[in-house]
Ligand binder design. Structure first.
Ligand code: KG4
Ligand code: ZN
Length: 336
């Protein structure tokens, strides 16, 4: 009997992670991620260095993904790649590689939107129940904060978005103010576990509808610390855990209050989270608590699918493959 399974090679290079994955239908065979340590010393992603690191990583990463999947190149039916949004120099490496690889194999190309990929990561087969349409997804990363209503894989309505900073950006900036290194999200998450989330209160802004704003929270955090440091020079050092727990609670509560509202208003009983910040343990437990309260179902991604990875690009490419939605070789990347 002839196999009707589809094998996809997927490539992600939109920011500072070089990643390649192989999927057979909706099952993951491999997902290799090379994170770039070079940015840590600069306190943020340096685009030129990211692009150069992608160039160094892309061939070994793709090679490892194919090897770990236990397939030969000839078995690949299509090559999926992140077309955008992201950093131009980073995207160009993955896009160019995908184009040449697909051309060499004589296989079709599939372009993937990075944000859709984050959300569709919930459909990678793990033997667990998957979200059913319609559902709400909070997409929270270093670059994006959106409440999305999914009616189908590619029928996605953006109900709300941030009008300034992304949630991950706000968390990273708070960490930077406390001198916790970059990216600060995982550090705040860890330190917050030892702290009191109600120790300090930071005001959240009143923003219309399902939109967010994070620049004010960051500023009030900065001014609060500046005032305290005048009286107690060791204030940050001595209250680090409480500060982390409090700023984390402020941001997570603000995020979830609007998500809860959106689900009630749209009579949706399933709520998912996606993106780098969905790795946050307080966000994960709070989402579960709210969903339990309403008898809703919460969908929380495994850690490997929260931050940037090619597996999520592969599942999005797979659904496009089923629709015959292929990309032209001349397509350029897009940054926004
Ligand atoms: O999705 P992602 O890897 O890249 C973007 O597309 O932006 O998200 C990165 C963001 C960073 O802001 C990082 O600090 C945050 O996700 N992050 C976390 C945690 N792990 C990563 N934020 C809070 N808690 C975490 N455990
Ligand atoms: Zn991302």
């Amino acid at each position: 009997m002839q196999s009707i399974m589809t094998t996809i090679l997927a490539i992600e290079s939109s920011c500072d992670d070089t990643s390649a994955a192989v999927l057979r239908d909706d099952r993951l065979l491999s997902n290799v991620i090379a994170s770039q340590k070079v940015h840590e010393q600069y306190g943020g992603v340096v685009p030129e260095l990211a692009s150069r690191a992608h160039q160094q990583n892309i061939i070994p990463v793709v090679d490892a993904a194919i090897r770990q999947a236990g397939i030969s190149k000839e078995e690949i039916d299509a090559v999926g790649f992140t077309r955008g949004p992201g950093l131009l120099g980073s995207l160009l490496v993955g896009v160019s590689f995908a184009k040449s690889f697909a051309t060499a194999l004589g296989k079709p190309l599939i372009e993937v939107n990075h944000l859709q990929a984050h959300v569709l990561s919930h459909f990678i087969d793990r033997g667990d129940p998957k979200p059913q349409f319609p559902f709400i997804c909070l997409l929270v990363s270093g670059g994006h904060t959106q409440i999305l209503l999914l009616r189908d894989y590619f029928d996605i309505e953006c109900l709300g978005t941030t009008i300034d900073d992304a949630a991950g950006e706000a968390i990273d900036k708070a960490a930077k103010i406390m001198d916790l290194g970059y990216p600060g999200g995982p550090v705040i998450d860890r330190l917050a576990k030892e702290g009191n989330p109600d120790a300090y209160k930071f005001a959240t802004p009143h923003i219309e509808g399902y939109n967010y704003s994070f620049s004010g929270i960051k500023t009030s955090f900065l001014y609060f610390l500046r005032d305290r440091l005048k009286e107690e020079p060791n204030f940050i050092e001595e209250h680090k855990a409480d500060l982390c727990a409090s700023i984390q609670k402020t941001i997570v509560s603000f995020l979830l209050k609007k998500v809860e509202r959106a689900a009630i208003d749209h009579k949706v009983r399933q709520v998912a989270i996606a993106g780098g910040v969905s790795a946050n343990s307080f966000l994960r437990s709070e989402l579960q608590r709210i969903c339990d309260k309403h008898h809703w179902r919460a969908f929380i991604p495994p850690f490997q699918f929260c931050t940037d990875n090619a597996a999520m690009v592969g599942i999005a490419a797979y659904f496009k493959y089923l629709k015959g939605d292929f990309a032209d070789i001349s397509l350029p990347p897009y940054t926004r």
